[in-house]
Design a protein around this ligand. Structure first.
Ligand code: IPE
Ligand code: IPE
Ligand code: MG
Length: 234
């Protein structure tokens, strides 16, 4: 990677293309998810090594429950395996947080998620937000509900609501997203970070997520570095 690159503070990745990767090899879809999970771990460490402060990855959307039961179970079991490994994360300097609606998850998975969030990882270099049962619309609904509760209890009044109030009650607790990368050739958001992507830069790539390398990540960072972000100004 070149030295003079301007690094984004917060990168979002839509980890897409696992199924197509597996299909190309005549393998079951879940083997694509398995390889994709390994790539996720490598990319998290790479973000830490180069100093990206926040990484949000789309692991399972509110719409992904439409998939066959065995695929959904396979994805949740991969998540369990990853989280059990987090016990060895002591000096990884990578904090893990989950964003999304946790209500449908099994108790054992919920416990693993909480353990991972509370794990001692040493001084935090990178915070990784895993979007699990996450939908951008659901996140906004969640925020509105939280605000409504505060109004009902008299903590705030409707006139107090501004953009910061909405942002402050989202699942995501990190600054809004600077760069969104979507591999796999699809060019859509699929309900990822709707609120947080208002001024994101987008890099769409043809590579399938299980084939995604550090060089692909560098390419996206270089692309981002060339963009002229204006935020409505001149
Ligand atoms: C992304 O890969 C992983 C999830 C959505 C859970 P896909 O499974 O969507 O892969 P394709 O799009 O079918 O190739
Ligand atoms: C988006 O990918 C969700 C995740 C990567 C977790 P999808 O594969 O579900 O999105 P669509 O269906 O192509 O829009
Ligand atoms: Mg897909």
């Amino acid at each position: 990677m070149t030295d003079k690159i301007i690094l984004p503070e917060h990168v979002g990745i839509i980890m897409d293309g696992n199924g197509r990767w597996a299909k190309k090899r005549g393998l079951p879809r879940n083997s694509g998810h398995k390889k994709g999970a390994e790539v996720f771990e490598n990319v998290s460490r790479y973000c830490r090594d180069i100093g990206i402060k926040y990484l949000t990855v789309y692991a399972f959307s509110t719409e992904n429950w439409k998939r066959p039961k065995d695929e959904v179970e396979g994805i949740m079991n991969l998540m369990r395996g990853y989280l059990k490994n987090m016990a060895n994360a002591k000096n990884e300097h990578i904090a893990v947080r989950f964003i999304g609606d946790r209500t449908p998850f099994d108790k054992d998975l919920l416990e693993l998620m909480e353990e991972a969030e509370n794990a001692d990882v040493g001084e935090i270099t990178t915070t990784v937000q895993i979007a699990l049962n996450y939908g951008g619309r659901d996140e906004i609904v969640h925020s509105v509900r939280e605000i409504a509760k505060k109004i009902a209890s008299g903590e705030i009044s409707p006139e107090d609501i501004d953009e910061e109030t909405i942002a402050g009650n989202l699942y995501s607790k990190v600054p809004e997203c600077d760069l969104i990368i979507r591999p796999s050739g699809e060019e859509r958001l699929s309900n990822f970070l709707l609120w947080e992507s208002a001024y994101s830069e987008f890099v769409f790539m043809d590579v399938l997520w299980p084939d995604f390398t550090k060089a692909d990540f560098d390419f996206a960072l270089e692309e981002y570095s060339k963009r002229n972000r204006r935020f409505g100004g001149v």
